[in-house]
Design a protein around this ligand. Structure first.
Ligand SMILES: Cc1ncc(COP(=O)(O)O)c(C=O)c1O
Length: 440
């Protein structure tokens, strides 16, 4: 009786691995087996078959069209800096450090069940009702929690999955419009869905408004989805109801789904008017549009992955059906934490005061050092001009040498050159300390 020792470490064997013959081979570190001849020979034959294939990695062609996700690049740069032991001021990723309010974490802990079962993609009535209550308080919008609200595992996945759900790559109407500079996920969702991405370079002189009415009729005719994002990442530009109504009218006239990413809706600075939602201008049936909102920045819950989609009941029903095919249902305890957050506005007001103060201190300090900033009324960012003749990448590298992490405007696509973005993330003390060493 031969003594078998079979160890399968799952992974992809390198194409040039030597699988050997006669039941003995060594393939460190991915697949290794040794022992008697019969099993060893069978495995060797099987693996040799794989070897004849040119590659086991079949990539979605969309991956080749996309640049690396910019924030991943930023994390890598930051990690290298941290490893050198330097004090870091991280204005890169928009991931706030203010703690989640204790009453939300307490709600989450109390909701962790003894028996944990699969969540439903439609979410709990408690969460949908809390969202409907928030929409009524904040925007005077009446949404039916049963048919016009759907939870998401944070906005990002819901934004990414929209195009695969509502776009037919074979049809002539397979285009997704979005503004750039902007959040990269509108484009990646469109490309992974096999659609056409139609980036529109936003003009600072038009306050970074995406004006659908200015696009050629031929483009609008072949468009399935148009994305808006105000308050805007990365520039902090804001819009009013008239603008939103005009964009929705264009979409309705051309059979385009209007998707409004309203991730920064509740973070306005000081006494300025709260930014409106596209839901406010859509009428009671919310026809032809969906709004995407999130607990992430509003409630300090980026790690929870909790948000919602609200809008047209027919679109919500279709989207719910599509989303049932993959795992985006949120755990019940996350949903309960989300419901608790949407039911309360006081903690958001407290967070607003903190972000508004960081905004004021940084803008004043940067302007004093000769760095120009775009005025903004809401959001989590400062959009600033690269000083001097330097390009944004070179300037970001110079900032990094000083321990300051910023995002060069090019991270956000065409139209970002010559600018950089600061996320209002470091504490007030850190903002002051960073300003003291800020490269001009
Ligand atoms: C414009 C915009 N939309 C959506 C998101 C996604 O937010 P989340 O997935 O945390 O809800 C972000 C995150 O930074 C964003 O900047």
């Amino acid at each position: 009786m031969p003594s078998w020792r079979v160890v399968f470490i799952f992974g992809l064997a390198p194409a040039d691995a030597d699988f050997g013959r006669g039941g003995h081979c060594r393939l460190p570190p991915l697949v290794r087996f040794s022992g008697g001849s019969a099993l060893g020979h069978a495995c060797a034959t099987l693996l040799a078959g794989f070897r004849r294939q040119p590659s086991l990695i079949l990539m979605n062609p969309a991956l080749r069209l996309l640049k690396p996700y910019p924030m991943a690049e930023l994390q890598a740069r930051k990690a290298a800096l941290a490893a050198s032991g330097r004090r870091i001021f991280d204005f890169g990723t928009g991931d706030p450090v203010e703690p989640t309010p204790p009453f939300i974490t307490a709600a989450l802990k109390a909701a962790v069940p003894t028996i944990s079962q699969y969540p439903s993609v439609g979410g709990t009535p408690a969460l949908r009702t809390a969202v409907a209550g928030y929409l009524k308080r904040r925007f005077s919008v009446v949404a039916d929690p049963a048919t016009q609200v759907l939870p998401s595992a944070g906005s990002k996945e819901a934004i990414f999955h929209l195009a695969p759900a509502f776009l037919d790559p074979q049809s002539a109407k397979n285009t997704v419009i979005f503004g750039t500079p902007g959040y990269p996920v509108y484009e990646s969702g469109a490309l992974f869905a096999g659609g056409e991405a139609y980036p529109v370079v936003l003009d600072g002189r038009q306050n970074y408004r995406l004006q659908l009415e200015r696009l050629p009729a031929e483009v609008l005719a072949r468009t399935a989805i148009a994305w808006l994002n105000y308050p805007h990442n990365p520039t902090g530009a804001c819009v009013d109801r008239n603008y939103l109504a005009a964009q929705l009218a264009v979409c309705r006239a051309h059979g385009i789904l209007l998707a409004s990413d309203e991730c920064y809706q509740d973070l306005w600075f000081g006494d300025t008017a709260p930014p409106p939602s596209a839901l406010e201008v859509a009428g009671p049936d919310l026809r032809g549009m969906l709004a995407f909102q999130s607990c992430s920045k509003r409630s300090g819950m980026t790690g929870y992955r909790s948000g919602f989609i609200a809008g047209d009941a027919r679109l919500i029903a279709a989207y719910r059906g599509w989303r049932a095919h993959f795992g985006v249902g949120s755990p019940s305890f996350i949903e309960l934490a989300g419901a608790t957050a949407w039911a309360d506005d006081a903690h958001v007001a407290e967070r607003r005061v903190i972000f508004a103060e960081k905004y004021r201190v940084l803008v004043t300090g940067l302007n004093d050092r000769g760095v120009q900033t775009l005025p903004s009324q809401a959001g989590l960012y400062i959009w600033a001009r690269v000083p001097g003749e330097a390009d944004a990448d070179a300037y970001a590298a110079r900032c990094l040498d000083a321990g300051i992490v910023i995002s060069p405007g090019g991270f956000f696509g065409a139209g970002g050159d010559g600018w950089f973005r600061l996320a209002l993330v470091p504490t007030l003390d850190e903002c002051q300390a960073a300003l003291a060493i800020w490269p001009a």
